[in-house]
Write a new protein. Sequence first.
Length: 164
Amino acid sequence: MECFDRATGAGVAWRMLSDLFAPDAVSLDLAASTRDEVLSELVRLVHLDERAGATLHRMLRRREALGSTGVGRGVAIPHARALVVDRLRLAYGRSAAGVPYESIDARPVHHFFLIVAPPVELSNQYLPVLGRIAQFVKEPEVIERLGQLSDPREFFELVRQKAP
């Protein structure tokens, strides 16, 4: 599949969604009990320096103040464009206990997908990736399987199977 690069007018090869997550950007044991703590843990998963991490955390909090990224069914997809990254970065975190997140369905969130992209991105993957993650989590089986993961490798296999 190709997506269109507006800057150059060329097609850009679309990578599998699983390829966009770094192996160490998946945590199955978030300790957070508040939305702010979740955002902090997710930011740590993208491995920015302290200053860039603090800036990204602030931007994500601002984004959440505009409206919760809790999409329902125990899922949130916090996202932002930020100068602190030079390429698209994704992270996944799971909270077994769930976190109050002002979701659209008012239920606690257990599954968090972070998306961060630079303000200008040649491959223009930010919105398509947001859409692909939203589609991925719509499948009832996916939510159930995310809750049963015991190892990050299982996360990658699930994403490869259900969101190629």
